[in-house]
Design a protein. Structure first.
Length: 417
């Protein structure tokens, strides 16, 4: 009981919450929120659609992540120094967005949006490395869930909150307000402790090559990379086209939006927190087995929903809520174990570079899942498709059997390079 009390009351969880809010806030401000600003300015939809490209820095951040392992700012230390730089940069860049005008200079606002996205992706590298080094392995899963939930809250603020301010006052005021909200991350950085120094590469070449060499010389290195890419295949495929699935069953946009936001978000948060506690209790590998299997089974709730709605002849709201809750619980559980595994295999001399590599692999299946899902749905229909989604868990679980046998978490204190 005392162990769980320490887990919940760990003051480092508050640091993770502050970092999660700072990480989640910029994303929608350069995505859906700014797109609506352009639309109100009379910019055509084709031009607006190209704004999605400003999110590319989040996909390519691994290429400059070695810089954050190598160069130590002359203040606050390696991790907090970079956090301070990026957070001050985000405040300044958001203020530049605030004073922009898409009617007068649409290219300028697009440039500042790209700048915010690039600085935000860099902040994410620093935060990921910071949290891995801040938490001991046994408490990392719970700390990351605190980060994730704060991240989601920040997205609600940057989405709903910013739109309300823009509607009631002005877009300029909304973006200045969002810049002020970044102060939460800034205060967290200034008050947080710097993680223990794990050593650093001697130069930038070493910062690029040593993390790759260290990882690729491990036993089963390639299998680990394949496992990271395939473990969440079941959930990625099942969630790729869910809005189209709900629409085909006859649910309205309002039903889909309200149910997904409430039951889906609540179930994901609940699953993540329960998963974090169970990772702490039963260990990472057992959690990966259990939650991976549960995520696969949870996909079948959508097959049940398809059968139920078509048999009853009417889209029933409570059935949609049940299916979404089950599926998102499975995703939340599996993600808690998955992220804990990533944090446990990072060499803390190269935290920024290796974690950026692993998180990039985490993103790839989400990108390719959509076209694969579309082909399968067209071939076999929704009911059978979700059985395929459940079966998609098998390769990841098979690889878990291979990589799990030799699993040894990296030491909290690595030797110097």
């Amino acid at each position: 009981m005392k162990r769980f009390a320490r887990l919940f009351l760990d003051p480092r969880n508050l640091i993770a919450i502050g970092m999660g809010f700072a990480s989640g806030l910029p994303l929608l401000l350069t995505g859906g929120t700014v797109q609506l600003w352009y639309k109100e300015a009379g910019v055509d939809i084709v031009t607006i659609s190209f704004l999605g490209l400003v999110g590319l820095p989040y996909a390519f951040k691994v290429f400059w992540s070695p810089l954050l392992d190598w160069w130590v700012p002359p203040f606050l230390g390696r991790r907090r120094g970079w956090l301070l730089i990026t957070q001050l940069g985000l405040i300044l860049a958001l203020c530049c967005m605030a004073i922009s005008n898409p009617k007068v200079a649409p290219a300028a606002l697009a440039f500042f949006s790209l700048l915010v996205a690039t600085i935000s992706a860099t902040q994410d590298i620093a935060i990921d490395a910071f949290l891995v080094e801040l938490f001991p392995p046994e408490a990392y899963a719970f700390g990351v869930q605190c980060y994730v939930q704060a991240y989601r809250i920040a997205m609600l603020v940057a989405g709903g909150g910013a739109l309300v301010l823009a509607d009631k006052i002005s877009w300029r005021f909304a973006y200045f307000a969002m810049a002020a909200c970044m102060g939460i991350g800034l205060v967290t950085t200034l008050l947080a402790p710097e993680p223990q120094n794990q050593g650093k590469p001697k130069n930038l070449v070493d910062a690029v090559m040593l993390p790759l060499r260290e990882f690729l010389t491990r036993r089963n290195a390639i299998l680990i990379l394949l496992f990271l890419a395939l473990y969440n295949s079941s959930g990625n495929m099942a969630s790729a086209l869910t809005n189209l699935f709900y629409s085909d069953l006859g649910f309205s946009k309002t039903q889909i939006g309200l149910t997904a936001k409430s039951f889906g978000l609540g179930a994901t948060i609940t699953g993540g927190m329960i998963g974090a506690v169970l990772v702490y209790r039963i260990g990472i590998i057992r959690s990966l087995w259990l939650f991976g299997a549960l995520q696969a089974v949870a996909c079948l709730s959508f097959s049940w929903l398809d059968h139920f709605v078509r048999a009853s002849g009417t889209p029933v709201a409570w059935a949609l809520a049940v299916a979404i809750t089950i599926e998102n619980l499975g995703i939340g559980l599996a993600t808690a174990a998955y992220v804990s595994y990533m944090g446990s295999i990072v060499d803390r001399r190269f935290t920024a570079t290796q974690f950026a590599l692993f998180s990039s692999l985490m993103a790839v299946p989400r990108i390719v899942a959509s076209p694969i899902a579309g082909i399968l749905v067209k071939s076999v229909g929704w009911y059978s498709f979700f059985f395929f989604c459940a079966a998609a868990a098998i390769p990841g679980l098979f690889l878990l059997r291979l990589v799990g046998r030799d699993f040894v978490p990296k030491s909290a204190v690595a030797e110097t390079v």
